[in-house]
Design a protein around this ligand. Sequence first.
Ligand SMILES: Cc1cc2ncn([C@H]3O[C@H](COP(=O)(O)O)[C@@H](O)[C@H]3O)c2cc1C
Ligand SMILES: O=C(O)c1cccnc1
Length: 349
Amino acid sequence: MNELQDVIGAIRPLRQEAKDAASVHLDNLTKPPGSLGKLEDMARQLAGITGEVMPDMSRKAIVVMAADHGVCEEGVSAFPQEVTRQMVMNFLQGGAAVNVLARHAGAEVVCVDIGVNADLEHPDLLSRKVRKGTANMAREAAMTREEALQAIRVGIEVADGLAGRGVRVLATGEMGIGNTTASSALLSVLGGIAVEEAVGRGTGIDDARWLHKQEVVRRAIEVNKPDADDALDVLAKVGGLEIAGLTGVILGAAKNACPVVIDGFISSAAALVASRLAPESQPYMIASHQSHEQGHGRMLEAVGLGPMLHMDMRLGEGTGAALCFTLMDAAGKIMREMASFESAGVSRG
Ligand SMILES: Cc1cc2ncn([C@H]3O[C@H](COP(=O)(O)O)[C@@H](O)[C@H]3O)c2cc1C
Ligand SMILES: O=C(O)c1cccnc1
């Protein structure tokens, strides 16, 4: 626990003077004050995070954490568990949606095996397996507290490694068949939200399976009795290895004064855990989008974040975060390239 406490202790509040300087700069540009809406909010936030009015955000990475879920044996997903490992190979070959959208945004994809239930090897795969999938949370704790901590540590190390080689913006992505079930359980317990509101349709289950998925989440909470005031306990009992890993990525990004773009429902579950473990990490987060998954709006509310985009996407992987990168670049260009009232000879109101 000490190590995690050290990381949390190293997270600084945003730099108010840089935020104020960004506000002054924005208000001198040739537009009515505030008229670029969330682009301006983002520019101010990025200044506060980095301490620079025009930060270098040229190097960006999406960390895709992959892991399996024992709860799949309850029949909670529309797809079989082997899709997790098959999609990991797809990421490594560059053919998944996140690869395409990351290329479009000029970002790299870093794929981490933190708990896939198979032996995977590839030169570009970061092999950091904590265990081969979680246990079935409907019967027992998904993992031990120590395993959850270990997975968080993996995420912190990945974030440290990327920041150490000059990556300035991080984003979260994931792959794990069954992980909307774990995310829903986290939302229900940590957000104090009824199971039927927290559980959505994930990969696209029908009504009967959706009701069954709700029952499975209820059973997982009943069997494990997670302590809502102890986020690590909840994460270990009803979470997932990739969710724990992403919690670490978020804490690691904040420690390194890097903005961290949060993707969809599952990534937001990691953001919720991170915000409970370390409330000071929340200002470093940017919610890329609100996905189509039923509980995502409530999840973002619980973290205290407002989404940049509503695209009706429900894929995960980091796809929404990749799209949001292009908005970050747009915000950066506004700060750098727009004329001021003075330079353009435009009258102020
Ligand atoms: C081919 C395929 C690619 C995906 N990429 C992300 N997910 C998404 O779907 C999964 C969660 O949904 P559930 O909880 O219903 O299993 C996660 O792996 C998530 O990343 C995918 C799912 C599939 C089938
Ligand atoms: O919101 C998401 O990211 C999501 C929703 C459904 C399935 N996979 C991911």
